[in-house]
Design a protein around this ligand. Sequence first.
Ligand code: G
Ligand code: G
Ligand code: MN
Ligand code: NA
Length: 254
Amino acid sequence: YRLLSRLRKAISLDQFELHYQLQFDMQTLQPCGMEALLRWRDGSNGLVAPDQFIPVAQEYGLMPAIGRWVIRRACRDNAALIEAGLMDVAVAVNICAPLFSEAGFVALVRQTLRDSGLPAERLELEITEDVAMNASAQVLQTSVELHEAGVRLAMDDFGVGFSSLGRLKQLRFDKLKIDRSFVSGLPGNPSDQAIIQAILGIAQGLGMRTVAEGVETEAQLALLQEGGCSQGQGFWFARPMPLAELIEWLRARR
Ligand code: G
Ligand code: G
Ligand code: MN
Ligand code: NA
């Protein structure tokens, strides 16, 4: 109860922040995107990770409101990075099922892009397999309209949820994110290796780019490069950073 009541006030108290984790091109090893990751600065409890409060927020219907805040902040921050000439890549934002399924979702995205001045192709939305596999006409329509608006769509945590390959074809995903549970089995686990090869094959066949999540070692990087994975994200490349730290990181690299 205490967690819930604190969480309810978190937006108005401005206690949420976004950290950004860069994504890298597997061939050039240059930054080519970034993912916005939500953190909650909960008074005396310090920085709270999403797995500690998102389930509660989901259960009590707070996620759509939090998600709207996240999209606005991510678009604003990315527009500022581009404006400052520090980096010009898309920011990926995690969208929960109830928000993505709302009738007004595309209008919200368009309005947020207008307000922030961020070009549509500099925003990417990550949805999980359970959202994608929700067969509603609304979800399908939303994916078509986002595509028409120029916003990119990525499937998050691919391979651990309920995927239907037919659905992958139907919804217009630009990217598949390979779940880090498979990457963590590299090198050495033949099942994980086989699953990753299969995912890379499907993505290539359907014309989607791939991002390997949770890349932590040089050996994992090498195997993924060899397999033809397009991008990597993980501690080997860079950790999630607050915006100020990301700006320093980018400045130091120039
Ligand atoms: O940042 P971290 O690895 O602790 O994130 C844990 C989980 O929380 C990940 O599965 C991630 O997708 C999810 N998550 C992080 N930020 C957001 C967000 O802004 N919205 C939603 N819906 N999920 C998020
Ligand atoms: O499910 P999603 O992809 O949205 O979650 C991203 C989460 O993965 C973030 O919470 C981030 O902190 C975490 N993460 C990013 N890179 C690594 C990594 O190399 N290893 C591990 N264990 N976690 C990572
Ligand atoms: Mn994600
Ligand atoms: Na993921």
